[in-house]
Design a protein around this ligand. Structure first.
Ligand code: ARG
Ligand code: ZN
Length: 869
């Protein structure tokens, strides 16, 4: 056998600068799957065309495939012509310019617990190939820039596997001897291997259809496990809305006459956009108002749209290499955000997206795993499915749209689609298309957004000449992360501002900051105030942080005059943050607290037309995870206590207004989603405040909703009791558990609740959840519910003796063996320890060292090294 060096798992970085096109094209692939009891035989036929005539060998990727035979153009290859190393197959010499390679191998889905490649979930055989899972099914040069047409034959026992699915069109279905059957699927569109999918098993199908704008009928099939049929209506509607929206907004039509969705319980991510065969985590398909909250209904609608939108941004136009991941993910997130904005409330959606970005992406970007939206190197690509690639990527695209204006953006987008259809593209190519006819924005300079990491800080200072009515705004930008050379370069930043002249008049403008320091001069500013009041980054026009010279009194005026939801929300949150910090590090600032309470009281009383979701945001004291990354020296127990105290204070002081509001909205809370959702959101916030204020009159009212037929309200009832230590808490927990124990998707809410509540003998309480008879070891959802609740909601995780950290470290080690993708992501909760005070900091370092000394998956190894570096 020949020798071949294996450069993966050797702790060697894959680098963007090393990108080279593949030496061959593979226009056609034929895959033949024979599903047996304990194994699947996979016969692969790859058609090669040599592109680089100087090459006479071939290297393919493959993991855990047992190879039986290899043929080169029908002739069996002798063993000295190839060698198989851990993750590679090398064949040589290959002198022909076109040839077919046929590989016969076997794989064992039943023994695969990684949820990558081909595996079993509740008796159903399924696949996950993105990013590098195809190589666990078949030998292939498993990279996204090789586009091939796939033909797939699947053969299996008919009783256990009545449904056999793959991508494209079903071209043949046949019964065979011995109660077996076969099907053949053909996908006419060339695609990269990561979009391949196969599903086999006992599934029930719910059918519907959609007529495209050119009047083609698309058959829609949703496949679920038996008993789940009644939960798919919402998903089907969401899919049809998505199809229609993409036609209307971007003129993009679905390109096949069949669209399949499969719901799988054991799925690591949300969902996967495999061509015409989307595979979803069941929790993102199964829904109705009795089992699903308003928030989840909107998220399901959004994820279905996201995967559907990938058909164009991702599938028809794919990524040249994995460094370009944000080309499809950032763009598709941007598209699903726009979809939700158009269907629901654009201002609220913007506020929610900004809130999420700050909580999750800013946190990531300020810690050790911070990376650019287009990274330059990686060890494990699975570690890069991050909120930076997805959500910050979407923000960059949103800025492009702000800079070139909507119409030009849409033209550039369409141009990109038609130019790169059927190809693998890069982020550079996308940006060039959007900026093609633009003279004002320099392409290369704008692209710095993709190369920098960390969150830039913009500072504003006003200079006001009242006599001449000239306002100067001095602006500077800085990125304090010094590890990346690009971080020193100035970014192009769109800044939406409003200048308030008096209580009813404002000037709106978009400043475009291009240099490190700039001064903007505005003339004829006829302001009645001592100095014009300005709100910056309205509608969150850039994913950055900022500092201003706005005084507290001016902020209160902004709250009175602003109409931009994001700015109102942001101004209030800034005040809460100040109040929390004062209480933690100094004394409570009674003056500011009282002024905020007075303002809130007047908003609740007088502003009858305010959007109730916005009101709910305004009245919500920040949570631990919202505030954690905003403060410098974290004493977690103090933070939890301060938040509890403020809930008590605000609940007590605003009691009369809150009770009145409750009465006012009561009649609307039973309306069907999307109606009534703002009311239901507000009700949870009001319940929380009143319950924390120890107002006994609210308890029974809340409890009465625990078995309500609205999941939004019953989950709200659970949520608000999380930090209220009283006998009723156990009562509602039992009611919820008994009602839902047979519905695993809903029961995860109960696991989350139980892991959040603080009772003595804490770890015993958590451990009991892992031992619960309804805990499914193979379900990443339940595992994530328990772990996330414990570390983000339960202050006992931060016990001063470090026992909570140690407990979680042991769980990390235990589950890293079976599910490294989930665990390596989860490990990042320890990444903010540098901001922590002792003994917390010391204790976290101790457990990180302990984790590091154990045998870890490559995914988790990469993260722990980054955290400790
Ligand atoms: N492309 C999928 C989506 O965003 C996510 C797949 C994640 N896969 C992974 N191995 N991390 O819709
Ligand atoms: Zn995606």
């Amino acid at each position: 056998m020949l020798n071949v060096s294996d450069n993966k798992n050797n702790n060697q970085y894959i680098k963007l600068e090393d990108y080279k096109p593949f030496d061959y094209e593979i226009p056609n692939i034929f895959l033949d799957f024979i599903i047996e009891d304990k194994r699947v035989i996979v016969k692969t036929e790859l058609e090669f065309i040599k592109k680089n005539i100087n090459i006479n060998s071939l290297i393919l990727d493959g993991i855990d495939i047992f190879v039986e035979k290899i043929y080169l153009d029908e002739s069996l290859l002798e063993e000295n012509n190839y060698s198989i190393q851990k993750n590679r197959l090398l064949i040589k010499p290959i002198l022909k310019e076109t040839f077919t390679l046929k590989i016969v191998g076997t794989i064992k889905p039943k023994e695969n617990f990684s949820l990558l490649g081909m595996y079993e979930s509740n008796g159903i055989i399924t696949t996950q190939c993105e990013a590098e899972g195809f190589r666990r099914i078949s030998y292939h040069s498993d990279r996204p820039d090789i586009l091939s047409k796939y033909k797939v034959r699947i053969e299996a026992n008919k009783e256990d596997f009545p449904v056999l699915l793959s991508n494209g069109n079903l071209v043949k279905a046949n019964d065979l001897k011995h109660r077996r059957h076969e099907v053949i699927w053909e996908d006419p569109y060339p695609k990269p291997s990561y979009l391949f999918a196969l599903v086999a098993g006992k599934l029930n199908c719910i059918k519907d259809n959609f007529n495209t704008k050119s009047n083609k009928k698309v058959e829609i099939n949703i496949y679920v496990e038996k008993g789940d049929e009644k939960y798919v209506k919402h998903s089907i509607n969401s899919l049809k809305k998505s199809m229609k929206w993409d036609e209307e907004k971007y003129n993009l039509e679905y390109d096949l006459s069949l669209f399949n969705i499969v719901a799988i319980r054991h799925f690591n991510m949300g969902a996967m956009e495999n061509k015409s065969l989307n595979i979803f985590n069941s929790k993102l398909i199964l829904a109705n108002k009795e089992t699903t909250t308003d928030e989840e209904l909107e998220r399901i609608e959004g994820v279905i749209a996201h995967e559907y939108f990938h058909n164009w941004t991702g599938n028809r136009i794919t990524c040249r290499d994995w460094f370009q991941l944000s080309l499809k993910e950032g763009l598709t997130v941007f598209r699903d955000q726009e979809f939700t904005s158009d269907l629901h409330n654009r201002s609220i959606k913007r506020l929610e997206d900004a809130k999420f970005l700050r909580k999750a992406q800013f946190r990531e970007d300020s810690g050790p795993t911070s990376h650019p939206v287009r990274p330059e190197k990686y060890l494990e690509i699975d570690n890069f499915y991050t909120t930076t690639i997805y959500e910050k990527g979407a923000e960059i695209i949103r800025m492009l749209k702000t800079l070139v204006k909507e119409e030009n953006f849409n033209n550039g987008f369409s141009n990109f689609i038609s130019t790169y259809d059927g190809k693998a593209a890069t982020i550079d190519q996308f940006v060039n298309k959007i900026l093609e006819n633009n003279k004002e924005i320099n392409n290369e300079k704008f692209k710095t957004w993709y190369k920098q990491n960390g969150t830039p800080l913009v500072k504003f200072k006003r200079k006001w000449d009242k006599e001449k009515q000239i306002l100067k705004i001095q602006v500077s930008q800085i990125n304090s992360n010094k590890k990346n050379l690009y971080n020193d370069l100035p970014l192009i930043i769109p800044i939406n501002i409003a200048i308030f002249l008096n209580s009813y008049e404002k000037i709106k403008k978009t400043l475009i900051l291009k240099e490190k320091e700039e001064e903007f001069t505005l003339e004829n500013i006829n302001s009645k105030f001592d100095s014009p009041i300005i709100s910056y980054f309205r509608n969150f026009s850039a994913p950055i942080k900022w500092e201003t010279d706005t005084t507290f009194a001016e902020k209160l005026l902004i709250l009175e005059f602003e109409t931009d939801y994001f700015t109102i929300y942001d101004t209030i949150k800034g005040i809460y943050k100040k109040i929390i910090c004062k209480r933690i590090y100094e004394e409570p600032d009674i003056n500011i607290e009282n002024k905020l309470i007075t303002t809130l009281r007047s908003i609740i009383r007088n502003n009858k037309s305010i959007n109730l979701s916005l009101l709910s945001e305004i009245l919500s004291i920040p949570t631990f995870s919202e505030i954690e990354s905003e403060i410098k020296k974290v004493d977690p127990l103090k933070v939890y206590k301060t938040i509890d105290d403020l809930n008590y204070l605000f609940g007590t002081k605003l009691k009369v207004e809150l009770l009145n509001k409750l009465k006012e909205i009561d009649k609307n809370i039973t309306k069907l989603w999307p109606e009534g959702k703002d009311e239901r959101k507000l009700i949870e916030t009001i319940w929380r405040l009143l319950l924390h204020s120890k107002y006994e009159g609210i308890k029974n009212k809340v409890i009465s909703y625990i078995d309500s037929n609205s999941m939004t309200l019953s989950k709200a009832a659970l949520n608000v009791f999380t930090r209220i230590n009283c006998p009723e808490r156990e009562l509602i927990s039992n009611i919820f558990f008994n009602k839902w124990k047979h519905n695993p998707v809903v029961l995860d809410n109960w696991f989350f609740f139980k892991a959040s509540i603080e009772i003595n003998n804490n770890q015993k309480n958590i451990e009991a959840l892992f031992k619960n008879e309804y805990f499914d070891v193979k379900s990443p959802n339940t595992l994530k519910s328990i772990l996330n609740a414990y570390v983000t909601r339960n202050s006992l995780f931060h016990s001063r003796d470090g026992s909570g950290y140690k407990y979680v470290a042991d769980k990390i080690l235990e589950y890293d063996k079976s599910n490294p993708i989930v665990i390596s992501r989860f490990l990042k909760i320890f990444s903010t320890f540098r901001q922590y005070e002792n003994p917390y900091k010391r204790n976290i370092i101790k457990v990180l060292d302990y984790i590091k000394k154990n045998k870890l998956s490559p995914n988790t190894r990469e993260i722990i090294d980054a955290i400790l570096n």
